[in-house]
Ligand binder design. Structure first.
Ligand SMILES: [Zn+2]
Length: 415
């Protein structure tokens, strides 16, 4: 498919979320890229795990979903500081969520380290920084990750977050020191690749990428930007080129904007990269909420009066995630996961939608899921028996159930 026809698909995608997912999923074959061979004693011998870049070269890689957002809803994280100390206070809750994403079919588990930098931990309203360091938190997050993953064929990702020091104008040396402390545990635990995510300024992203590239691991970077570009007004296309020039192997966007808006941003990034002859792998981990009215806002869904506590009516359905995953793949995005609002069943939807491109690979959770409500055909209840078809779910428009509520917010915060 030509890039132009892909682009036209993306433009049309604005209306597609109410329509149809594209490909039915085969539940027949389960393939795992970590294979075993026989050693000299006749016993099984683990063959090396394929790395991120090798997998991306072969086809799509399924990311995982949200951590702090989901753990807040479950009662383990405080919204605002988004308390990364959850790895010490409630390790079982973190392990459980990791396991659910792995079960759903994720190829990657990301350490639960969002907002764990020392300068963030000591900001007003944060308690953790008085007694614990970033290094200790990230070390615990890595230990949890290793325990959960065991021998599973899953990539382990060490992710760093934007630093308050950058916003305070403390300069490159101080900012890179904060990143260096965030990375220390990831290197000691030999995680598979590094990610800088939720970065609002491409300059900060460049500084993070530059440092991460010295660690000898694949480097990914995602900005929290929309089509208007970064928080300093740098265009989405220029952001992409600068991240690639800084050396990132995988670049893209996460959080803040819904999949429709995210696809528009990614198409701008891709066009600019192609113009410069650059070809990093592309990555998307958008919101699991519809928020078309913030497309032209720098801070995305933060502008919604409902954010972060009343977003449930905007949540994507699993069928809309099928459509998103297909559209992202057709645009050329190869690392496809989710950010805030993405739950395990959404990750399963990505895994199932892209199963044909991944040799039939599916998560264990797909054993308990028949695409398009197929298992409802045998429901004891007659109304549900009529929902066991793709046609039903494709034509159904979910209602909020709240009479008189607007489709979108007519007025955003600060406007
Ligand atoms: Zn998010």
């Amino acid at each position: 498919m030509s890039y132009l026809s892909r682009l036209s698909k993306v433009v049309r995608y604005q209306c597609l979320l109410q329509k149809s997912p594209v490909v039915l999923v085969s539940h027949g074959v389960r393939k795992f890229s970590r294979s075993t061979a026989r050693n000299n004693n006749g016993g099984p011998d683990q063959v090396r795990k394929k790395g991120l870049l090798e997998r991306l070269g072969e086809g799509p890689v399924v990311g995982d979903g949200s951590y702090v957002f989901t753990l807040e809803r479950r009662g383990y994280v405080l919204a605002g500081p988004w308390t990364p100390e959850v790895v010490i206070e409630h390790p079982e809750a973190v392990k459980s969520l990791h396991r659910e994403y792995l079960h759903a079919g994720a190829d990657v588990l990301q350490a639960s380290t969002f907002y764990s930098s020392d300068d963030k931990l000591t900001m007003p309203g944060h308690e953790a920084g008085r007694t614990i360091t970033c290094k200790e938190l990230n070390d615990k997050a890595c230990t949890i990750l290793k325990e959960v993953s065991g021998a599973a064929d899953v990539l382990l990702c060490g992710a760093v977050s934007p630093t308050p020091s950058y916003l305070d104008g403390k300069g490159k040396t101080v900012v890179q020191q904060e990143y260096s402390k965030q990375l220390e545990a990831f290197i000691q635990h030999d995680l598979d690749f590094l990610l800088a995510e939720f970065i609002g300024h491409v300059e900060e992203a460049e500084w993070a990428i530059e440092l991460m590239k010295t660690k000898g691991k694949p480097v990914a970077c995602t900005l929290r930007i929309g089509p208007k570009g970064d928080c300093a007004g740098v265009s989405a296309g220029e952001c992409a080129v600068r991240m690639a020039d800084a050396g990132a192997d995988v670049i893209g966007i996460n959080c803040q904007f819904d999949p429709n808006t995210g696809l528009k941003t990614m198409s701008l990034m891709k066009a600019a990269l192609e113009k410069e002859g650059l070809s990093p792998y592309l990555m998307m981990q958008p919101l699991g909420f519809h928020c078309p009215e913030v497309e032209h806002e720098y801070e995305g869904y933060q502008m919604l009066p409902e954010c972060p506590f009343a977003l449930e009516p905007r949540q994507l359905t699993r069928f809309e995630v099928h459509t998103f995953a297909r559209a992202a793949y057709e645009l050329g995005v190869r690392y496809i996961g989710g950010c805030c609002g993405f739950e395990p069943h959404h990750i399963r939807a990505i895994s199932e939608e892209l199963s044909p491109e991944r040799g039939g690979k599916l998560g264990e959770a797909s054993k308990k899921h028949v695409p398009w409500g197929g298992a409802l055909k045998n429901s004891m209840l007659e109304p549900n028996r009529n929902k066991g078809s793709r046609q039903h779910w494709e034509r159904t428009k979910p209602a909020s159930g709240r009479p008189g509520h607007p489709d979108v917010q007519p007025k955003l915060i600060n406007q």
